[in-house]
Design a protein around this ligand. Structure first.
Ligand SMILES: *Cc1c(COP(=O)(O)O)cnc(C)c1O
Length: 392
């Protein structure tokens, strides 16, 4: 037995993981955004990606990327603050800001980096951040890196949030942060109440619209759908999900964006997005503006499938969006259900801890606006068959 770090810690830890039911491997996938893809030799319908509008392969985006690639080459080769800027990035930010009804916007390398930038710029040791217990990992990581105090409230529980805000009334700086559409549950934050509580307690309100962007509110997100875009202080989103490209963004007041540009470490110390990605993102944004009803179509289709699943007795965990979880409980149950659906030609994610709380493993369907009537029939049939083994 080696006495090295590798021998003492890495080898046994890897063995322990490999033998657990939460071991992760990268699936053998080669065209992961496509509506249909080849999985271990069978063609399956892809209900596991976040390509909600089917834009990732859309001609508009491919042409937007190709034009930028040809004109500028492959890389920005530096941070935006040094030489990595492109006029394309500035156009994208201006159009994102007006799309979100905000004064200014900043594009970052990813949605993950956007959340790190928000908290490293706006929060510090004297800040208390009130965060929904099921907020995305990038929000938690951003809060941790900022040194702020993290106060978690129960998922969607506004009475709990209010009690915590009252308890911490003396805190100097307060931020409330929430996903608008929750990534593993597909339910939606009570944003009107959050905004009210933010005003009453002098707290900054930050929303992460990663899964709502391109979908709700004619693509502008939940805050726009509810007419609350002026009441939310900081709007985070991603270009990598419904918009079919890559990168994150933050929109808000001019001063907020100035702080982010100056203090957002994940923005400052990382190479800017390459031109092809900016070209694709701009094309995607313009596509969504020109086709504002695709998100609404996706919502209707999602309701139809959710109603079918509920009719079969499946628990869809409060979902009201294109993300539909099917509660399984134990990891093994989720993996088994996933395998059965695969045999029906349906690829769905089996989501397990630590991505979701212990004991709440689930299937996660993410639906997409480009599903055909045939596809929808296949989904309905697949779950009807799954039911037989699920509720024996
Ligand atoms: C996916 C996601 C992110 C990260 O966005 P990327 O562009 O994939 O880095 C951030 N927040 C939420 C809520 C997400 O679901």
């Amino acid at each position: 037995m080696s006495t090295s770090f590798f021998g003492r810690y890495i080898v046994p830890e890897a063995a322990r993981l490999r033998n657990s039911d939460s071991f992760r491997t990268i699936p053998p996938i080669d065209e992961g955004a496509a509506r249909e893809l080849l999985y271990s030799g069978t063609r399956v319908l892809n209900l596991a990606s976040n390509n909600y509008l089917g834009l990732a392969e859309h001609t508009d985006l491919v042409l937007g990327a190709a034009k930028a690639l040809e004109r500028y080459g492959c890389s920005s080769s530096s941070s935006r603050l040094i030489t990595g800027n492109f006029a394309l990035a500035e156009t994208l930010e201006a159009e994102l800001a007006s799309f979100k009804y905000q004064e200014a916007a900043l594009v970052t390398g990813s949605g993950y980096a956007a959340n790190l930038a928000v908290f490293s710029s706006l929060a510090d040791r004297h800040t208390m951040v009130f965060s929904d217990r099921l907020n995305h990992a990038s929000i938690i990581d951003g809060i941790r890196l900022s040194g702020a105090r993290l106060v978690r409230y129960r998922h969607l529980d506004m009475e709990h949030l209010e009690r915590l805000l009252e308890r911490e009334a003396q805190a100097e700086k307060k931020i409330i942060v929430t996903d608008t559409v929750f990534s593993m549950d597909g339910d939606v934050a009570p944003l009107a109440r959050i905004v009210e509580l933010g005003k009453a307690h002098g707290a900054l309100v930050v929303v992460d619209e990663a899964h709502a962007t391109g979908v709700l509110g004619r693509g502008r997100g939940l805050s726009a759908a509810l007419g609350l875009y002026e009441d939310v202080d900081v709007h985070v989103g991603t270009l990598s999900k419904a918009l079919g490209s890559q990168g994150g963004f933050i929109a808000g007041r001019v001063e907020t964006i100035e702080l982010l540009r100056n203090r957002g470490r994940s923005f400052i110390f990382s190479t800017a997005l390459p031109p092809a990605v900016l070209g694709a993102s701009l094309a995607a944004l313009r596509h969504v503006k020109a086709n504002p009803s695709e998100g609404a179509r996706l919502m209707r289709l999602s309701k139809e499938i959710r109603d079918h699943l509920n009719g079969l007795g499946f628990d869809t965990m409060g979902s009201t969006t294109q993300i539909i979880p099917v509660a399984c409980g134990r990891n093994r149950v989720a993996l088994h259900a996933q395998a059965l659906l695969m045999a029906e030609g349906l690829l769905v994610a089996a989501v397990r801890p630590p991505t979701v709380p212990e004991g709440t493993a689930r299937l996660r369907l993410s639906l997409r606006a480009d599903l055909t009537n045939e596809d929808i029939k296949r989904i309905r049939l697949g779950f009807s068959r799954l039911r037989v083994s699920f509720f024996p």
